[in-house]
Write a new protein. Structure first.
Length: 245
């Protein structure tokens, strides 16, 4: 067991670690540190005005959240946004979003439910307003707001504890899954259907729709990746033919 002084030092350091982690976390979400970026200890230590010890502990905290990977002697790196990683994250999202929607539909009192539904519909109105003219960044922010609100309102602390995976898929990995107006319109329609089921108190339907919503995004990612690969392969094939000629 550590000495009293050691425990006191750790207690004083904890708020600094959490504050440092919070700053880095928000910069990752804001894409100031894009997926795959190395976070160098010396540079961040100077920039944030903290010593390396709380910075390393902040890295470990962010690693537990799945936002960074820490490599001994190299520092921390924002998680990679490759397709396999994204699909794994969305597999969890489907479960979390579905459960949150069910819990909200089934457990909220009548007055609370009506208030929550009005709030969700206001968020959907904000999303619609981003379509014309198309404002991808604003749509993404309101999309995160919609899903976060349902998770928060689920009333289950373990479900709420999964919020980092939501922001990771919607913000950290967003450059991999570039949002387009067509997919946004589909998502808004699905958000509306989820909200309708929640308002009706139909937990099973709310869960089904919420899961299907995430699974549709997963299918779109797979399809888009396949098209991109075919286009790339075709281009490479054309270049090879031209070289032979």
């Amino acid at each position: 067991m550590g000495s009293t002084d050691d425990r006191a030092d750790a207690a004083r350091r904890l708020p600094l670690v959490e504050e440092t982690a919070s700053v880095i976390r928000e910069r990752i979400y804001a894409r100031r540190y894009p997926a795959g970026t190395w976070l160098r200890q010396q540079q961040l230590s100077t920039e944030l005005g903290v010593s390396r010890t709380p910075l390393r502990e902040a890295f470990r905290l962010l690693e537990q959240e799945g936002l960074v990977t820490v490599t001994a002697g190299q520092g921390a790196r924002v998680v990679s946004g490759d397709l396999d990683t994204l699909l794994d994250a969305y597999a969890l999202r489907a479960v979390v979003d579905g459960l949150a929607a069910r819990l909200l539909a089934e457990n909220a009192g009548r007055d609370d439910l009506a208030r929550h539904v009005r709030s969700l519909r206001r968020t959907i109105d904000v999303q619609r307003a981003t379509l014309d003219p198309w404002r991808a960044r604003e749509y993404t922010a309101s999309n995160v707001d919609f899903h976060e609100e349902i998770v928060h309102l689920s009333g289950n602390e373990f479900v709420v504890g999964q919020l980092p995976i939501l922001r990771m898929t919607a913000q950290v990995f967003a450059p991999v899954a570039l949002v387009e107006p067509g997919s946004a319109r589909r998502a808004i329609a699905e958000h509306t259907a989820i909200t309708d089921a929640i308002e009706a108190g139909d937990g099973a339907e709310a869960e089904r729709l919420a899961r299907a919503h995430i699974e549709a995004t997963t299918a779109e990612l797979r399809s888009r990746t396949t098209r991109t690969r075919k286009t790339r392969d075709a281009a490479e094939g054309t270049e090879t033919s031209a070289t032979k000629e």
